[in-house]
Design a protein around this ligand. Structure first.
Ligand SMILES: *[C@@H]1O[C@H](CO)[C@@H](O)[C@H](O)[C@H]1NC(C)=O
Ligand SMILES: *[C@@H]1O[C@H](CO)[C@@H](O)[C@H](O)[C@H]1NC(C)=O
Length: 397
C-alpha cells in the first residue's frame, strides 16, 4: 500500500528540501569556473546603465577634479581609472583644471591634471583598490575618495580591474594583480612619484590585490610608503566559510557543520588569493621599512573581522626568527594591544628593520562605510609617518 502523506507533512518536507536543494544546485553551479568567477567577482553587477561615471560631478567632485583615463596592461587590457586631485591643490590650479576637457582623457599625460600632479613636489598617492562587485563609482566608493582628497594633500588613483566597469577583459587572480601593477608602474615611471610616496589602500577583495602586488614588488626590492588593508581576509577558500554575500547570503557557511564537505568545497575554489602567506613573505622580504595597517569593523556582516586577526598573526610571525609559538601568541599580542572599550582595540607591533604592523578593530562601519571612517584616513597618514611617534603606550619588546 502506498503511504499517503498528509498535505501538511508534505509541505513541511518541501519547506526543508527545497531550500536545501536550491543551495546544493547553487554550490554545484559555483564549482563551474565560469559561474564561480561571476559569483565571486560580481564584476558584471554595476550601475553603468544608471549614471555616467565619466561625469564625476555627479558624485560631488569639482569640475575637472577627476580625470578618467585608460591604462594599457602588458597583456593589452584597457583599465579604466580615475585620477582625483586633492582639493587644496585643485584650488591653487582651479582655472586650468576647471577648463580641462571633460570625459575620458585620450592622452592622460597631455592633461592639466597630470601637469599639476607632476608639478606637485609634495605629491603623495593613494592607490585605491576596491572590492568585488560594482564599478569605480559604486556605493560608498566616491565618498571614500572624498574623505581622502577633500582636505588632505593626497592624490587618489582608483581603477576598475579587468572585466569591471569600462575595463576590458575577464577577472582572474593574476589579472587583477597585473592591473594594480600596471597602475603602480605608471605612477612610478610616468608620473615620476617614488614608491615611498605611494600607499596601497585595499578594501575586501582589494586587500588581496594589494597583498599580491606588494609581495611582488617587495621581491624586486621596491618598498611602498605603506599598505592599508580594510576588511581583509587570510585566503579566499578559508574566508568563504564565514562570508556572507551582501551581509546576508552565506556562501560556504552552512557546510561548516560537515568539515569534510567544507574542505571539498574549499578545494574547488580555483583562485586562492593567499593574502596571509603573501603578507608573511612581504614582511620577510622587507629590507628597510614597512608600514602595514589592518583595519576592520566589528560590525562587518560580510567578512568576519577575525580574518584580520589571521593576517596579523601571519605578518607578526615573520618578524621573529623561527616564528611565534602558537600557545604564547595570544599573550604576546595582548602585550602590544590597547583596549579602550571591549569591542575595539589597537595592536601595534614594531620590529627591525623599521617595521610597524598595526591592527585596528573599530566598532562601527560595517564592510563598506568603514572606508570613509576616520581609522582609514588616519592609517594612510600614519603610513607617511605624519603622526610623529608611533602611538603605543606599550611598545614593550
Ligand atoms: C590591443 O587591443 C586593442 C583593442 O582593445 C586592439 O585594437 C589592438 O590591436 C590590440 N593590440 C595588440 C598588440 O594586440
Ligand atoms: C610561523 O613561522 C614558523 C617558522 O617559519 C612556521 O613554522 C609556522 O608555521 C608559522 N606559523 C604561522 C601561524 O604562520
Amino acid at each position: 500500500m502506498p503511504v499517503a502523506l498528509s498535505p501538511i507533512l508534505r509541505t513541511a518536507i518541501w519547506a526543508v528540501v527545497a531550500p536545501f536543494g536550491f543551495y546544493c544546485s547553487l554550490l554545484a553551479l559555483g564549482s563551474i569556473p565560469f559561474f564561480q568567477r561571476h559569483l565571486l567577482y560580481l564584476h558584471r553587477v554595476n550601475g553603468l546603465w544608471l549614471r555616467d561615471i565619466n561625469e564625476p560631478e555627479l558624485f560631488g567632485f569639482a569640475k575637472g577634479q577627476v580625470t578618467p583615463f585608460f591604462l594599457t596592461t602588458p597583456d593589452n587590457e584597457s583599465i579604466y581609472s580615475w585620477h582625483i586631485t586633492p582639493l587644496p591643490l585643485y584650488l591653487q590650479n582651479e582655472e586650468a583644471l576647471a577648463s580641462q576637457e571633460p570625459g575620458v582623457a585620450p592622452d592622460i599625460t597631455a592633461t592639466e591634471s597630470f601637469r599639476v600632479l607632476k608639478g606637485d613636489p609634495k605629491a603623495r598617492i593613494v592607490i585605491y583598490l576596491h572590492g568585488n562587485a560594482g564599478d569605480i563609482a559604486q556605493a560608498h566608493r566616491p565618498d571614500s575618495y572624498h574623505v581622502l582628497t577633500d582636505a588632505s594633500p593626497y592624490h587618489v588613483i582608483a581603477l576598475d580591474y579587468r572585466g569591471f566597469g569600462y575595463s576590458t577583459g575577464t577577472p582572474s587572480e593574476p589579472g587583477l594583480i597585473q592591473d594594480a601593477a600596471t597602475l603602480i608602474d605608471w605612477v612610478i615611471n610616468v608620473a615620476g612619484i617614488p614608491p615611498d610616496r605611494i600607499v596601497l589602500l585595499g578594501q575586501s577583495l582589494g586587500t588581496a590585490v594589494a597583498s599580491g602586488v606588494a609581495e611582488r614588488y617587495a621581491a624586486e626590492g621596491v618598498e611602498f610608503g605603506g599598505i592599508v588593508l580594510v576588511a581583509g581576509f587570510s585566503s579566499l577558500p578559508t574566508m568563504l566559510g564565514g562570508y556572507r554575500m551582501g551581509g546576508v547570503i552565506p556562501v560556504l557557511g552552512p557546510l561548516r557543520a560537515w568539515p569534510s564537505l567544507l574542505r571539498v568545497a574549499e578545494g574547488v575554489i580555483w583562485e586562492k588569493w593567499p593574502s596571509a602567506q603573501r603578507l608573511e613573505r612581504l614582511v620577510r622580504l622587507t629590507k628597510t621599512r614597512l608600514r602595514l595597517s589592518l583595519v576592520a569593523a566589528k560590525d562587518d556582516a560580510d567578512i568576519p573581522w577575525v580574518e584580520s586577526d589571521k593576517l596579523f598573526r601571519a605578518a607578526a610571525n615573520a618578524t621573529v626568527d623561527g616564528g611565534l609559538e602558537e600557545e604564547s601568541f595570544a599573550a604576546w599580542k595582548e602585550e602590544r594591544t590597547i583596549r579602550n572599550r571591549d569591542d575595539a582595540f589597537v595592536t601595534t607591533l614594531t620590529a627591525e628593520p623599521n617595521i610597524v604592523i598595526r591592527q585596528e578593530l573599530f566598532p562601527y562601519g560595517g564592510h563598506n562605510a568603514i572606508m570613509g571612517h576616520a581609522p582609514v584616513a588616519l592609517a594612510v597618514m600614519r603610513c607617511f609617518d605624519l603622526g610623529g611617534t608611533v602611538y603605543t603606550e606599550k611598545t614593550s619588546k
